[in-house]
Write a protein that binds this ligand. Structure first.
Ligand SMILES: CC(C)(COP(=O)(O)OP(=O)(O)OC[C@H]1O[C@@H](n2cnc3c(N)ncnc32)[C@H](O)[C@@H]1OP(=O)(O)O)[C@@H](O)C(=O)NCCC(=O)NCCS
Length: 150
């Protein structure tokens, strides 16, 4: 089965909310999705199957920087390369758009996400103590630089 990411929009918000609730304790509201999409503050890529929306990634592109805002895959679809596909597609968009660097923050205990981001070349650049409102856990800050000739 080929899981092809595509860009999502306003029509997908209900599916996004459902998936977001399944993946995170602290999630975006309908208004946050709407505002961000309408103002073009971020892009959202998603993967749909016959079972509906099973993975998504939200990221912002500002000047030459990309920031990963959210990335989640439905639990029964994990470990099938969906997050990797979403990340790779966002990297392709970055290269096309002349983006030079990417940032993200991730919970210090989130081993699957840490392994994923390290695999894609992200390096830790800092820590924000007790950053997350839901668990008061530390955030690890990561950065990736796109190769100059990409
Ligand atoms: C993190 C998450 C998005 C990974 O999604 P996924 O589709 O299962 O990831 P993939 O199958 O594409 O895995 C790609 C790579 O990530 C790493 N990885 C993913 N899940 C992992 C796990 N449970 N343990 C260790 N490494 C893992 C591996 O390096 C993997 O490559 P490999 O399969 O060749 O070993 C998923 O676990 C998730 O939705 N978690 C809950 C939400 C969340 O924490 N999001 C991140 C917020 S920053």
């Amino acid at each position: 089965m080929i899981y092809e990411p595509r860009e999502l929009g306003e029509a997908d918000i209900e599916d996004l909310i459902e998936l977001e609730r399944a993946c995170f304790n602290y999630h975006w509201t309908r208004e946050q999705f709407l505002l961000g999409l309408n103002r073009k503050a971020f892009k959202i890529l998603g993967i749909k199957t016959a079972a509906g929306l099973v993975g998504y990634m939200a990221f912002s592109l500002i000047e030459d920087e990309m920031e990963i805002l959210n990335l989640g895959v439905r639990s029964d679809y994990r470990r099938h390369g969906l997050a990797a596909r979403l990340l790779q597609k966002s990297f392709d968009i970055c290269v096309e758009s002349g983006i030079r660097k990417s940032f993200l923050d991730v919970k210090a205990s989130n081993e699957p996400a840490l392994a994923l981001y390290r695999k894609f070349g992200y390096k830790q650049i800092g820590v924000r103590k007790k950053y997350y409102p839901d668990t008061k856990e530390d955030a690890l800050l990561f950065r990736h630089d796109f190769p100059k000739d990409s």
